[in-house]
Ligand binder design. Sequence first.
Ligand SMILES: [Zn+2]
Ligand SMILES: [Zn+2]
Length: 91
Amino acid sequence: MTTLTVVPNTTPAADDFDELAQRMALVACGVREGKTRACDEHQRKGMAILRIASTGALDALALTICGAERPCTTCTAKAAEIIRIYNEAAR
Ligand SMILES: [Zn+2]
Ligand SMILES: [Zn+2]
């Protein structure tokens, strides 16, 4: 049996991390009443979104969410919201 590398206390637990990524994926996908999960496509982007959000790079995040060459205003707003969620969770 192999011993796993001990994760420092400063990083969130894997579960928290995953939960945060899911929440961000949902925002990226578009929050609607009664909707609790992002679509598969945004679900897959969850971890990438979380990683970019941790750097605070709004433009890069909007680009990732939008998937277009230039992010639209909707996706830029979503990116700002995701960074806000990250900052709140990181506190
Ligand atoms: Zn989606
Ligand atoms: Zn867009």
